[in-house]
Design a protein around this ligand. Structure first.
Ligand SMILES: Cc1cc2nc3c(=O)[nH]c(=O)nc-3n(C[C@H](O)[C@H](O)[C@H](O)COP(=O)(O)OP(=O)(O)OC[C@H]3O[C@@H](n4cnc5c(N)ncnc54)[C@H](O)[C@@H]3O)c2cc1C
Length: 405
């Protein structure tokens, strides 16, 4: 067990592993990536692995474009495998109010160079015959969208970091970040203390818990998200465009000859990670198939296949929601050397290559390559929010992930 490091990254999920990889790629010498469990074993491998390029803000579009490009060059950059398909996607509005959102999406997307257009419901059906035009008011085609194997990203970044000299410490749980006179001095783990002046909290669902031991409150809500993978369905090709039904907040993509699909339900389950016990892992999260079946019924006119296809896998994880639906990335004022990479809002894996790179530059050069002020933790003024307000806003953000109004 080592006792000194220049940078200590807590959490080898997509966000932590991407940060560690980019730190060593940018020349950092003594980087340690530690995880309480196996590398890439918690929420990251359970994701859908979808990249959604049309976001609500210009900054997010810029970041996800960078991230998508890095995912396509993943093997070249990290030396590790990543399976991906640039299938494009179809965003479906069923209500007049959501048609306006799609129109705005197209204007914003085009301004930032995305391949977006409005197509007729019949054309959408031609592109993906599993999407029926019945009850569809408008469709946006996004040519830039893609999907990838979620199980390969965190592990790939971690192995890539190790190959460039980072130290991986799986099965090493951080119990406290040490802060003295307003500056980080290291971490206490269940295997001993590691001294160092820079610590990144990328502990996913546990981010907040780790910060709170040091008296720092991070406003994010660990939230359940689950999906089904079906048996193969005749006619499904890997390049069928993914489908997102806005008001139902249902998403679908091809997966191993069948479909993978999930939902941002109306009333998501939130977790207080501290109350779940020391040995809780994401695989212990109780799943609830009834939620998914309820939404299969909601979209049965547009996606009848979801109600009919046999389910071969049901999985879920605990991403973290914030009050404004934006990530929490960057330094913690008042605790010099303490950085965060969290608040993934169910979209952290796809953007992890860009956020990891930006955070690595921030740590090493003192500033990120593009202005990430909207992601700073300081946007939440301490004491200005109650737990109840935070949960209400997080619930709204979760349900309105596709911008439906
Ligand atoms: C069903 C589902 C679908 C999703 N779909 C998508 C999608 O299509 N696109 C997308 O971009 N995102 C998607 N997501 C979200 C995505 O999974 C997350 O944004 C991403 O995985 C978050 O990565 P992370 O590194 O923050 O968390 P994690 O992968 O959970 O990693 C955090 C790590 O920190 C470690 N840790 C915790 N506490 C400690 C401690 N005390 N000491 C040391 N280590 C610790 C954990 O063991 C864990 O390995 C989906 C999520 C789910 C569940």
């Amino acid at each position: 067990m080592i006792s000194e490091a220049d940078v200590i990254v807590i959490g080898a999920g997509g966000l932590g592993a991407a940060t560690a990889f980019h730190l060593v790629k940018r020349g950092a010498q003594n980087v340690v990536l530690l995880d309480k469990y196996d590398v890439g074993s918690q929420t990251s491998p359970r994701a859908a692995g979808m990249v959604s390029c049309v976001r609500k803000s210009e900054l997010m579009i810029e970041l996800i474009k960078l991230a998508a490009e890095k995912l396509r060059r993943f093997t070249e950059e990290t030396g590790q495998p990543l399976d991906w398909v640039r299938s494009g996607s179809l965003k479906v509005a069923r209500r007049a109010s959501d048609v306006t959102v799609i129109e705005d999406d197209i204007v914003r997307g085009r301004r930032l160079g995305l391949d977006v257009e409005r197509i007729s419901p019949e054309e959408a059906h031609r592109l993906n015959p599993f999407l029926e035009p019945d009850g569809v008011a408008a469709v946006m085609r996004v040519g830039d969208d893609m999907y990838f194997d979620p199980a390969q990203v965190a592990v790939g970044f971690a192995r890539g970091a190790q190959a460039r000299g980072a130290t991986l410490l799986p099965h090493t749980g951080v119990t406290r970040v040490l802060i003295e006179r307003g500056a980080v001095t290291g971490v206490e783990t269940n295997r001993g203390t590691i001294h160092g002046s820079i610590v990144v909290d990328a502990a996913g669902a546990w981010t907040r818990q780790i910060a709170e031991v040091s008296g720092i409150r991070i406003p994010l809500v660990p939230t359940a998200q689950q999906l089904f993978v079906t048996d193969p369905v005749p006619g499904v090709r890997p390049d069928l465009p993914m489908v997102r039904v806005m008001d139902a907040a249902v998403y679908v993509r091809p997966c191993d000859g069948g479909f993978l699909w999930g939902v941002y339900e109306e009333d998501p389950r939130f977790f207080d990670m501290g109350s779940l016990g020391e040995s809780f892992q994401i695989k212990d999260m109780p799943l609830d198939a009834a939620v998914l079946w309820r939404y299969a019924d909601d979209v049965k006119r547009q996606l009848p296949v979801l109600s009919k296809a046999k389910v071969r896998e049901h999985r879920g994880g605990i991403p973290t929601m914030t009050a404004d639906g934006q990530y929490i990335v960057g330094p913690m004022p008042g605790a010099r050397g303490f950085f965060f990479a969290s608040g993934c809002n169910v979209a952290g894996l796809s953007i992890s290559p860009a956020l990891g790179d930006a955070l690595a530059a921030w740590i090493l050069d003192g500033a990120p390559p593009l202005d990430l002020t909207p992601l700073a933790v300081t946007r939440f003024i301490p004491g200005s929010w109650s737990e109840q307000q935070l949960q209400e806003q997080a619930r709204w953000q979760y349900r309105h992930f596709y911008g439906s109004v």
